[in-house]
Design a protein around this ligand. Sequence first.
Ligand code: UN1
Length: 473
Amino acid sequence: MQDVNPADSDDVLGEVARSNSADVDQAVTAAKAAYAEWAATPMPARGDVIRRVGGLLEREKDSLSQLMTREMGKTLKEARGDVQEGIDFAYFMAGQSRAPVGDTIPSELPRKFSLTMRHPIGIVGLITPWNFPIAIPTWKMWPALLAGNCVVLKAAEDTPLCAQRLVELVSEAGLPAGVVNLVQGTGEEAGAALVAHPDVRAISFTGSLETGKLIAAECGRQMKRYSMELGSKNVTIVMPDADLDLAVEGIAWGAFATSGQRCTATSRVVSLHPEFADALVAKAESYKVGPGSDETVDLAPLINRTQRDRVLEYIRVGKHDDGATLLTGGQVLDEGVLSKGNYIAPTVFTDATPAMRIAQEEIFGPVTTVLPVPDLDAAIAAANSTQYGLSASIYTNDMTAAMRAVTELEFGIVYVNAPTIGAEVQMPFGGMKSTGNGFREAGPHAMDEFSEWKAVSIDFSSRLQKAQFQPGE
Ligand code: UN1
């Protein structure tokens, strides 16, 4: 497979192997061979390896960010943030390696001691997207490793070299061979083989709802665990009393950072503020568009031509099928230095209603849609009107409105006076409804994705004690 710079179609980073089911089988076999020893390694020792990878990521932060911008397109600042997320989570998880992992629970019987402990799942498959080429693999890998599992990572086909560098650093940190294994290639081939492999006991997937459903169906057939981080249609509510400058700055950042290619991107704005839409347009039109390697650029290219065309199709749908009003953007930018990349101008629609496709479907591009509403009840109803529920926010100084949003929005992540993007690694990350299946990544909760609970009881009475029976029965 060719690995191409999204900002420059002449810049080919390399040819990358396309793993097939035999490669996946080899990776799983290596993981199985390493499992017993890794699972028996004390958790603080596992945490030490993760801490050392954190240090190596710090050492390589600059080189990895450069590679990421070249391979995936996002701006250098954002690439540094992506690597930093992996570093932060490595240190967080290393700390967790010495934190309590279970409870002691009183027994109803004398001389009986009960506790809970975590148990690894075994071999776990991680399938990761291209939009956070370092951060998302680390969100999955650190807790999977800390819990004592061995890992097969199927990296996104658009960012194979970032994944390879990450795995090289894991190995340099001293992780025993076979504990982490990398396969490259397509979802249809390598991904499907990993999901179908009978020795892989859990799949952790971040990607589209469509693919998530296929994976869930296969995992269901085999009764294996699956955790899903799927699409979303995130929303910000702008109340009439909001600090307008703050709201516009935050919403532009939420909508256009990473060219809207985040599962947390602000792709809808439910507005009660009469001046908001025009102010957002002015901000969007001030954006400098160009290659992510230029530190002065605000908006970098989309990942590839297919994705660019998909976004253009949504813009067509917004204009023609939905009948929303296009306020700015909507076109390909291909003049001068932009001619070799996949650029779309920052795009703002307004006069949208909740049922429109551009207000319902994930676009994954620099497009946001304003839905004007009359009051807070309508705002919350509109915000909750999609099948997704990852990230939402509200701009207001009215405590009642803020607290109603916090309690009534059906989203896994809610911000007040902040954008929908920018989650921190110590907080649980995940969504409600079709965004996921109940698991949360990041934070201490990430361990639930990758471990089983074991209930242990130790009877030291030296006689048969029967739970639920009266004495003498
Ligand atoms: C994603 O787009 O899948 O909250 C992850 C954020 C980032 C992570 C996004 N910290 O926007």
